[in-house]
Design a protein around this ligand. Sequence first.
Ligand SMILES: [Zn+2]
Length: 108
Amino acid sequence: MDLPKGIKEDADNWQTCPRCYDEAMEPWIEKGEAVFASYGLVTLDEFTKAFNRIPNEPKEEDYYTFREDYEFYGADEGVIKWQYSGSCTECGLSASESGEFPFYTKKR
Ligand SMILES: [Zn+2]
C-alpha cells in the first residue's frame, strides 16, 4: 500500500491505544471492585489475601501501540494542508483525516 503524500516510513509518534488500554483496565477494575465490595463481609485475613492478589495496574506506557503519522504543509501557498493517520498495531483501531484551510490569498 502506498503511503499518502508526506507520510513517512518512521512514525511521527506512538501513543497509548485507547481501546487496548481500556481492555487491559477492565478486568483490573472489576477485580479491585470485587475485592473492595467484600470488605466487611469476609475476615480481615481473607480480605488482605484477596487484596494482595489484585494484579498491578496496567501502565499506559505498556500500550504505546498506536502509531501516528501527520504532516502540515502549504504555508507558502497560503493554504495550510494537513493529514493525519493513526492505527494500532495490536487491535487495528484506526483513524485518518485530512483537510486544509486557506489563510492568505496570494497576489501572484
Ligand atoms: Zn489497540
